[in-house]
Design a protein around this ligand. Structure first.
Ligand code: NOJ
Length: 728
């Protein structure tokens, strides 16, 4: 982002001429007001409103702001454009599964273009909360469990929304949220307590925020949660010392919806004025909800409650953004040109995004089904459901069709029979036996299951990660007929599959993939598309196994399958061959070791082979590394299978001995490549000072000499390893 040169002089003059009331009015965004109320609020000088749902209404509010208020200050107009305005893209978690950051940038570009045409100039996106607990419904809104993936995708989203310059007509302000560590809510229960060490805060949760600040993000939203006892909204260390001070963030910190009011329930503030005072003093710039005004319209804060310099600083930050957006020159949009339906190009872009996010979890010679004529039975609640847009969609977004519709269009040679079998929540479960009785007579059975999007997103935590209702029963019933079965899962979080996975040969993870999600799935089933996505979050074996994530510490007693089970005296009946007889190790006795599917897992209709790994250095000194020298890592990858396909190559590091226990693997690079059969390409990655160190509990970034392993390959279990020595 290159913002317009800030005309300090203009802003200073404006601030100097504003009253205390006028200043405070700029520091709030009214939460979803009715249009008449919004007009009154704008007349009273409010600085920002939620989008009033059309260019024409927005223009009217901007006109009131420009013409009927003393300083004529235009409005910020905000909306959660999270994965689409009219053209819905896959949910962010599905975008992360593409391991192609261009997917997220394209979504943000299209979203910005469509939203800006209606007068929106501020989106509350991207969400970059590292999420390691799939019980938390909001995992769907972010980019999964890895800090580096969140950092890369978050920065891409920011670039997409904000474009080359904020002055461009189709650029809107981005908002990195939620600052910070919201993803570590205890028990995965939304809004719950977060208690986090400084090293984890910095190594895991802050890294994506630093990356979006470096990418020029204009705004950051405070999180609802406490961080080690202090709510983020009133946390001076986080908002001022780290974000504004250390990261050099010079944009606006906005509160979350009623997050300031919530300080009362947190037991941090005595009353609303106290809550406001604590928040502004901590570094919040804009309150979301309009609580700066009391019900009778009077201000809750008197001059001097918050230091004037702090209020002036907040006002300056808000005005700078309005200036950078060019709103003082022209805040209006041509109502006739408001984009209200997806263009063919946006549809193509979201289809490509949906295709890229598909993850083939399991495939024992069932998929693809091929385009040739065949009899296909489609069963399950997602056969005819149109609930594909996912959490955080706009009520006015273009609706989508069902999987049955898409198969009809994309696979015209198939003879398709559609039966629901069971509803999402067990409705019609009595019909399961009838629905699948003749399944074996079909050439293939596609079972379309999942969790409805209403079970995902904000305030939608789940304690049970299995498919809801009687869907597992449906899968087992189909499998028992001996039919060739492919399961397609539509969901917004990792689900537990252990109750049925052994009975089925193929599973395609389709997520909630937006406007063209069903079409993408139909194309993958037929083989027109080869799935190449990877899991951005670990899939657990059981709901009780979470949180489970790949970049965990080793512990002092790691459990490994010892291989000594044959003939060993196993004293726990539940222990299977996937567990270990080594008693005093870190594990559950009643579960196989490790997850069902690890982070990075994903199969293909073709196969890939890696060549040798080479590094420009096997030894490097601390001094050279600090001076900016990097290590180049190269590897060849070949498509050795029968068809074109995409391979995601990942680079992990492991610091073998350090003063703080380090993760067993840490992702520091990834790339997705498309390869024709027989094609080989050489990939290269760079590692430098910022990759080999870590943050300690004093808040310092340190790099320690010693041995590192560099792992490169197609996933956690499929890597070539090279040893690197960092010399003192
Ligand atoms: C609450 C959510 O936590 C936040 O992500 C969203 O931006 C605001 N509501 C505004 O809708």
């Amino acid at each position: 982002m290159t913002s317009a040169p800030v005309q300090e002089g203009v802003i200073d003059l404006l601030v100097a001429s504003m009253t205390w009331e006028q200043k405070l009015a700029q520091l709030q965004i009214a939460f979803r007001p009715r249009l008449e109320d919004a007009a009154d609020l704008v007349r009273s000088g409010i600085g920002a409103v939620f989008w009033p749902r059309s260019a024409a209404s927005t223009n009217e509010l901007q006109r009131i702001a420009r013409e009927e208020t003393p300083h004529g200050i235009p409005l910020l107009v905000g909306l959660d454009v999270v994965h689409g305005q009219r053209t819905t893209f896959p949910v962010p978690l599905a975008q992360a599964a593409s391991f192609d950051p261009a997917t997220a940038e394209t979504d943000a570009r299209v979203s910005a273009h469509e939203a800006a045409s209606g007068g929106v100039n501020w989106t509350f996106s991207p969400m970059i909360d590292v999420s390691r607990d799939p019980r938390w419904g909001r995992v769907v809104e972010g980019f999964g469990e890895d800090a580096y993936v969140n950092a890369v995708f978050g920065a891409s989203k920011v670039r997409g929304y904000q474009g080359e310059s904020l002055r461009d007509r189709d650029s809107i302000l981005a908002c990195a949220k939620h600052f910070v560590a919201y993803g570590q809510a205890e028990g995965g229960r939304d809004y719950n307590t977060v208690d986090v060490s400084m090293q984890r805060l910095r190594n895991v949760y802050l890294e994506p925020f630093k990356a979006t600040v470096d990418a020029g993000v204009a705004t950051v939203m405070a999180a609802f949660n406490t961080v080690s006892g202090r709510p983020a909204h009133a946390n001076h260390l986080l908002l001022t010392s780290i974000l504004k001070g250390e990261f050099g963030f010079n944009g606006v910190v906005v509160g979350d919806a009623d997050g300031v009011v919530n300080l009362l329930d947190h037991g941090i503030a005595e009353d609303l004025p106290d809550a406001l005072l604590q928040s502004f003093a901590a570094g919040l710039d804009v309150e979301m909800g309009g609580n700066v005004l009391s019900d009778d319209g009077r201000l809750r804060l008197s001059p001097g409650d918050v230091p004037l310099e702090r209020v002036d600083d907040a006002v300056r930050r808000v005005l700078n953004l309005k200036l950078a957006l060019g709103l003082f020159d022209d805040p209006y949009r041509e109502a006739d040109h408001e984009v209200t339906t997806p263009s063919p190009a946006s549809r193509r872009a979201t289809l490509m995004a949906a295709e890229k996010g598909l993850v083939l979890l399991k495939n024992e010679s069932v998929l693809p089904l091929g385009p040739a004529p065949k009899r296909v039975l489609l069963v399950g609640p997602y056969a005819e459901s149109t609930d594909h847009l996912g959490a955080w969609i706009q009520s006015f977004a273009e609706p989508t069709g069902s999987l049955a519709d898409a198969i009809g269009e994309e696979c015209p040679e198939w003879s398709l029979t559609v039966r629901e079998g069971t509803g999402f929540f067990g409705g019609q479960s009595g019909h399961i036996a009838d629905a699948v009785a003749d399944a074996a007579d079909f050439d293939a059975v596609v079972v379309a299951v999942g969790e409805p999007s209403a079970l995902t997103g904000e305030a939608s935590s789940r304690s049970d990660l299995r498919l809801p209702g009687a869907q597992e029963e449906l899968i087992r019933a189909v499998a028992a007929t001996g039919a060739a079965v492919a399961i397609v899962m539509f969901n917004g979080r990792p689900l537990v599959t252990s109750g049925w996975i052994g009975a089925v040969p193929a599973i395609l993870e389709a997520w909630h993939s937006g406007l063209e999600g069903p079409r993408a799935v139909a194309r993958a089933l037929s083989g027109a598309v080869n799935p190449g996505g990877r899991l951005p979050m670990t899939f657990p074996r059981s709901s009780s196994q979470v949180p489970i994530y790949y970049d965990h510490e080793n512990t002092g007693r790691p459990a490994t399958v010892s291989g000594s089970l044959d003939g060993a005296a196993v004293d726990v009946a539940l222990m299977g061959p996937g567990n270990t007889d080594d008693h005093y190790t870190s594990k559950y006795k009643d579960l196989d070791l490790g997850p069902q599917f690890p982070f990075g897992h994903g199969l293909s209709y073709t196969s890939f082979e890696y060549g040798d790994l080479s590094l420009t250095h096997s030894r490097i000194t601390m001094e050279d590394l600090r001076a900016g020298q990097s290590i180049e890592v190269t590897i060849d990858v070949t498509n050795t299978g029968p068809c074109k396909g995409d391979e995601v190559t990942m680079l992990f590091i492991r610091d073998l001995v350090a003063s703080l226990a380090q993760p067993v693997r840490r992702l520091r690079g990834f790339t997705r490549s498309s390869l024709q059969p027989g094609e080989t390409i050489t990939l290269s990655f760079e590692l430098g000072w910022n990759d080999l160190g870590f943050w300690d509990n004093e808040g310092l970034y340190i790099v320690e000499p010693g041995a590192f392993e560099i792992h490169v390959g197609g996933g956690l279990d499929d890597t070539r390893v090279f040893n690197l020595h960092l010399r003192p």
